[in-house]
Design a protein around this ligand. Structure first.
Ligand code: SF4
Ligand code: SF3
Length: 538
């Protein structure tokens, strides 16, 4: 059997995974993910009709978000769980009681389901309607996947917006009709960016309402003696529940990957046994978790195939899954019982001694940066700060990502670097110093905290009475998975010009589509740090 997936940056040969996913996704899982997206489109089509009839579609709303999120790169590799979601989708659709023509009826048998998935692969669409239109359709799908991840994190913290669900159904319905008009596809892609800005705002409100605004914090990045759990992913509520359940148990909790910014939230950092960050970005996890002497909890992407050495002490929760790995499910009231994780940590040896104390500054989300806005504006007006760089986005395993380290190091001393998401591990432990007390490296947080960076840019533009494109600000982005895609669409929706994107361009953006982006937005691939800096700084 063959598969076709080109949704992430590490896709095979830069064109598509066809035999097996570079991420570890096998053809059966790929077929089930394709079928799940198809089923979700059917659910959205029926949900739109149901809404037009004035009825509520809450189960369909949540289902489509979960289905999209589950197919994000490095989230769900478990065929049984994907099959369960497909069955759930069918039940949700039928329960709406609205008839929709041409829906796929998922088979009861798993193998038959896989065959159904093979009949709706991306390759089949490329063969039928060509790569340009298929690529544009997929750009929308991937934007929706990323947006769904953020919407789901916001929902678990009680923040939802019906207009977001209505739009997701609209966009899925649009895709289900196999649209080929390039203008309509481009308009829909930018609309995904617009709605994603609202979703990131929702998640920002969810996180800050629940745990306070991030504050400047020196985060420890070395281990200390004792039993330990490391938490990876993006979900703040999972971490909070785990911190409460480990209180007084003699277990230290560490953040990993995109959870690093949690160390700056007042309601999380007040737990003294949240001791610091362990390790770096997701692609180093096999080596790092192997060496970690405790339990591991994965709350969202990016999970990699667990090595046998730690398979018994790694746990998934939320929508993350790996076959054979213990999963902590939410109870009916949304709470989770992390006892198995805590027991695994207590059974493991823990760190035998304190490592050398090393900290890095974090917590420069919008509230903190806005509170020193006057100082920043004075520094720009006085010439102390010449230029701002936003170096943000995903990290990844492919070579070429040293570009971001070298760029950050070569940026002149009179420039400030804003950063966010896991790509920052390429340089966030380096010492960048400060400009008149303003740190030269300002870590805004997770990938969804692109919302913070946008707010900061808009506030600066307001202070200088100009547009964001007129600011001395350059965006140099790194992408890997679909959350980066929805953020890119948001930036395009905002009309941001001349962004640089690397380390390679998406395989689903074909040359004619890229030309549209170049003509309209001046988007360009990264080249070398020297060349890009020369162009940016003139
Ligand atoms: Fe390949 Fe990425 Fe798809 Fe995995 S998610 S199969 S690595 S393109
Ligand atoms: Fe990273 Fe997976 Fe994208 Fe949240 S954790 S940015 S890659």
């Amino acid at each position: 059997m063959t598969m076709f997936c080109y949704q992430c940056e590490q896709t095979a040969k830069g064109s598509g995974c066809t035999a097996h996913g570079v991420c570890g996704k096998d053809p059966e899982t790929a077929a089930l993910q394709d079928l799940l997206i198809h089923v979700a489109e059917d659910v959205s089509r029926c949900a739109r009709k149901t809404r037009q009839n004035g009825s509520k579609t809450r189960d369909a709303d949540v289902f489509v978000v979960e289905a999209l999120f589950s197919t994000v790169t490095n989230v769900d590799f478990d065929p049984e769980r994907l099959a369960g979601l497909i069955r759930k989708g069918e039940n949700v659709r039928k329960a709406m009681g609205t008839s929709c023509a041409g829906v796929i009826e998922p088979a009861a048998d798993l193998n038959e389901m896989i065959r159904q998935g093979e009949s709706v692969t991306i390759q089949k669409r490329i063969d039928a309607i060509g790569p340009d239109v298929t690529g544009l359709q997929e750009l929308i799908t991937y934007g929706l996947k990323g947006m769904a991840a953020y919407a789901d994190h916001a929902r678990v913290l009680g923040k939802e917006d019906d207009a977001v669900y209505a739009f997701i159904h609209e966009a899925m319905d649009f895709l289900a009709n196999n649209p080929s008009d390039v203008d309509a596809l481009t308009t829909m892609a930018l609309k995904v960016g617009e709605v994603n800005l609202a979703v990131m705002g929702l998640l920002d409100a969810a996180n800050t309402d629940a745990y306070g605004h991030p504050e400047p914090t020196q985060a420890r990045v070395t281990s200390i003696k004792g039993k330990c759990i490391v938490v990876s992913g993006h979900d703040l509520k999972d971490l909070k529940m785990l911190l409460e359940q480990t209180e007084g148990k003699g277990v230290n909790v560490y953040t990993h990957g995109e959870m690093l910014p949690c160390l700056a939230y007042p309601e999380l950092k007040k737990h003294k046994h949240l001791v610091g960050n362990y390790g770096g970005a997701w692609q180093d996890q096999q080596k790092e978790f192997d060496a970690f002497p405790g339990a591991v909890l994965m709350t969202t992407n990016c999970i990699q195939k667990p090595k046998e050495s730690y398979k018994a002490r790694i746990f998934t929760t939320g929508l993350v899954a790996w076959p054979g790995v213990a999963h902590i499910a939410a109870q009916a009231d949304g709470t989770k019982d992390f006892t198995p994780v805590i027991e695994a940590a207590l059974a493991a040896p823990g760190f035998s001694e304190d490592a050398e104390d090393k900290t890095i500054p974090i917590g420069f989300a919008r509230n903190t940066v806005m509170s020193v806005a006057d100082k920043v504006i004075d520094a720009v007006k006085g010439g102390a700060i010449k230029h701002f760089f936003l170096i943000g986005g995903c990290d990844g395993a492919k070579p070429g990502r040293n570009y971001y380290t070298e760029l950050a190091q070569q940026i002149p001393q009179d420039c400030v670097i804003l950063t966010l998401a896991c790509g920052k591990y390429r340089f966030n432990k380096l010492d960048f110093g400060d400009i008149g007390g303003i740190p030269r490296l300002l870590d805004c947080g997770q990938c969804n905290d692109a919302y913070s960076a946008i707010q900061i840019a808009v506030a600066l533009a307001g202070a200088f009475e100009c547009g964001v494109n007129d600011l001395p600000l350059s965006l140099v982005l790194s992408w890997y998975e679909q959350k980066a895609v929805c953020i890119l669409l948001t930036l395009l929706h905002l009309g941001i010009q001349n962004m640089r994107l690397g380390p390679t361009l998406p395989a689903f953006v074909t040359p004619p589509v890229l030309q549209v982006l170049v003509d309209k937005f001046g988007i360009k691939p990264t080249t070398t740090p020297d060349e890009d800096l020369n162009v940016i700084l003139g």
